[in-house]
Every structure is written in C-alpha cells, then in structure tokens.
Design a protein around this ligand. Structure first.
Ligand SMILES: NC(=O)C1=CN([C@@H]2O[C@H](COP(=O)(O)OP(=O)(O)OC[C@H]3O[C@@H](n4cnc5c(N)ncnc54)[C@H](OP(=O)(O)O)[C@@H]3O)[C@@H](O)[C@H]2O)C=CC1
Ligand SMILES: O=C1CO[C@H](CO)[C@@H](O)[C@@H]1O
Length: 328
C-alpha cells in the first residue's frame, strides 16, 4: 500500500472498540480512524463525536466505499465477519477482523480465498501474540526454563453471567447462529491461538460437549484433547456454568524440568516451577491491549515489516474449535 497513513473505518463500535482496540488505532503513528458504522446511526454519531471521528454511517457498504477509508476494522459479532471482510477486500481494502475470525472453519476458508484472489491482506485480532505477558511465557519455553515440553493442560471455569439467566433476551455470545457456539467459541480461541503460536499447529483435536446448566441451548461444558504437529499432546476442559469456588483460568505447560502456569484472561503473575521452587513473574501489559498488534498491522500495511497474525493462521483456530465441537 502506497498511502503514508492508514485510514481506518470501523464496522461495529461496541464494547471491544471502547478500550481494548479503538484508542490504539488513534494513538499509533500513521494510523487514523476516519469513519465508524453502527446499524443505529445515532450510536455511530455519538461514538464518532466522542472520539473526534469525522464520519459516521449506518450502512457498511457506504463506509467501505468511502474514499477516505483505506482499511477496515470489523468489530461486529462473528456471524457478520465473513460478509464484511469479503465486501471490504473486494473493494481493495485490507481488513482487521475481530476474533473468532468467523462462525465456522468453512467461512474462514472463504475469507482466505477472497484474500488470495484479490491479493488484499486480512488480519485477525489475536493480540495476545504481541503482548509482553505471553511473549515472556514463550521466551521461558524457548530458553529451556522447564526443559523439554511434555504436556499442555488448559483449565477454564467460570459461573454463568447475569445476562445468561435472561431467557427472553440471551446475549449473542450464547447464540450459536451469531457466535459460532457458546462461550467456548468466544473465549477458547484466545487460548488455542496462543498455544499454536508457541508450539506450532494443532493437527488433531477431538472433544465432548454438554449442556449442564440448561440456561441456553449452546454447549456450556466441554472436554477436549489435541495434538500438535510436533507430537506434543494436550487436553482442555471448559465450564461456563461452574460454581464460583471452581473459577479457573489457567494453562499449564509441563516440562521434564519444571512447569509454567499462566492465565489467558486475568494475567495473574506467571508461575515458574523448577528445582529452585516456585517463582512468580509479574508482567505488565499496555493499557490498550490490542495496540502492539495494531502497530504490527499498520507497519505491515506501510510495508515496513510482516505481521503474521493473518487469516490463514486464525483459520486453524476455528478448525480446532469446530473439530472439538464436532462441527466438522
Ligand atoms: N479481541 C478481544 O479481546 C475481544 C474481541 N471481541 C470480539 O469483538 C467482536 C464484537 O464484540 P463486542 O464489541 O463485545 O460486541 P458488542 O455487542 O458490544 O458490539 C457489537 C457491535 O456490532 C454492531 N453490530 C451487531 N451486529 C451487527 C451486524 N450484523 N452488522 C453491523 N453491525 C452489527 C453493534 O451495534 P448495532 O447493534 O448498533 O449495529 C455493536 O456496535 C466479537 O467478534 C467479539 O468476539 C470482543 C471483546 C474482546
Ligand atoms: O477476551 C475477551 C474477554 O471476554 C469477552 C467476553 O466474553 C470476549 O469476547 C473476549 O474475546
């Protein structure tokens, strides 16, 4: 891309854009937000006015066609990611898509096909790959702090959220036609992506799912096992209707000389267990957590470096989830 400034249009301006990503697009050099879209024009206008964004729309195609917009951030629920990504790339505009990339592996493949045919890049918001906390875990593994890695364990449990009890108006995150599944499809992609970034691609995955809470139709409890290309095996369990006493957000990387435990959502200090005992390693992340990844995307679009947080790699995470859910 020859432009000196990446001028973003946002499709969707909900929660994720308020703090995690939105301000970062405006803080980064050679990056501006020039337009925003919500299906409700008054929401789009209020969002734009509050943040000094010049234009607002209630129609995605109009935002994409805007000549001032030269890259598109898709921050809507997952069921609309493929449509907007394909519309944008067909208009010649690179996309940065929120996670999960789409509601199925097959939709991800469609997005990648259009990216290949048009030559327009597609990135996915797996920002943990660029966060200091996870880079520290990765460097401990690479330095051999725990010897050879033998096994991976993911454990995640949380109680239902208040909104999950509202049968008449359930959150989109537990509606599989919008979200791709239940909370598993919302949260597990972060865990699966970061593990694939550290250990290579997962080539086998199988799972069992169940609905134990009866609050909504999507699965709320799962167990899975998986194997990486290298032969490394791991397993995971997820429960979204657990008692508070079972709350957990933990990945264990078990080695032959120690173990690393870390969290994916709460960033509790990394725990390094070795023959020296247990050490805690606190690591600070930036306030706008997507900023390092967005910087990498902007640098890629400016031709300065390559960002590999792309559609091809993100698709493998949807593949793993669809295998665990028996969707494929
Ligand atoms: N990377 C991360 O850490 C996080 C990522 N996310 C991801 O970001 C995405 C959005 O999540 P979040 O911001 O929490 O969701 P919200 O429900 O808060 O916001 C969704 C936004 O999309 C708009 N919208 C909904 N449906 C459509 C549609 N079909 N077409 C156009 N606009 C639509 C909504 O506004 P309106 O209804 O007015 O159009 C709203 O602006 C999801 O993919 C989610 O998984 C979310 C949180 C963190
Ligand atoms: O990282 C995250 C934190 O929680 C949100 C709500 O479940 C997720 O959508 C998001 O991906």
């Amino acid at each position: 891309m020859s432009e000196k400034i990446i001028k973003w249009g946002f499709i969707g301006c909900g929660e994720v854009t308020k703090y995690k990503s939105g301000p970062a697009f405006q803080k980064i050099e050679h990056s501006e937000v020039v337009a925003v879209m919500s299906r409700d024009i008054s929401k789009a206008k209020a969002y734009a006015k509050e943040r000094g964004i010049a234009k607002w729309y209630n129609d995605a195609q109009e935002l994409i066609n805007d000549e001032d917009v030269n890259a598109v951030y898709i921050a809507t629920p997952p069921s609309s990611h493929a449509t907007y990504a394909i519309m944008s790339m067909k208009a010649g505009k690179p996309v940065y898509i929120e996670k999960p990339m789409a509601v199925t592996y097959e939709e991800c493949c469609r997005i990648n096909r259009i990216s290949q045919e048009t030559g327009i890049p597609c990135f996915v918001a797996y920002y943990r790959r660029y966060l200091p906390y996870f880079l520290k875990v990765k460097s401990l593994v690479e330095e051999g702090a725990i010897g050879n890695v033998i096994n991976i364990q993911i454990r995640f449990a949380q109680p239902p959220r208040d909104l999950d009890y509202n049968k008449e108006n359930l959150p989109w995150r537990v509606q599989p036609d919008i979200a791709g599944g239940g909370y598993f499809y919302d949260l597990a992609p972060h865990q699966i992506d970061i593990l694939q970034d550290m250990f290579g691609y997962i080539l086998e995955a199988n799972g069992y799912k169940s609905n134990r809470g009866g609050l909504y139709s999507a699965e709320d409890t799962l167990s899975a096992c998986f194997q990486f290309d290298s032969g490394l095996v791991g397993s995971g369990s997820w429960c979204f209707v657990a008692h508070e006493s079972a709350r957990e957000d933990r990945i264990e990387i078990i080695g032959d000389k120690g173990m690393i435990c870390f969290s994916v959502f709460t960033y509790d200090p990394i725990a390094l267990h070795t023959e020296r005992g247990r050490e805690e390693i606190p690591v600070e992340n930036p306030i706008y957590v997507q900023q390092p990844l967005i910087q990498a995307v902007v640098d890629h679009l400016l031709g300065k470096s390559i960002c590999n947080c792309d559609g091809e790699s993100a698709t493998l995470t949807n593949w793993v989830m669809d295998k665990i859910l028996n969707k494929i």
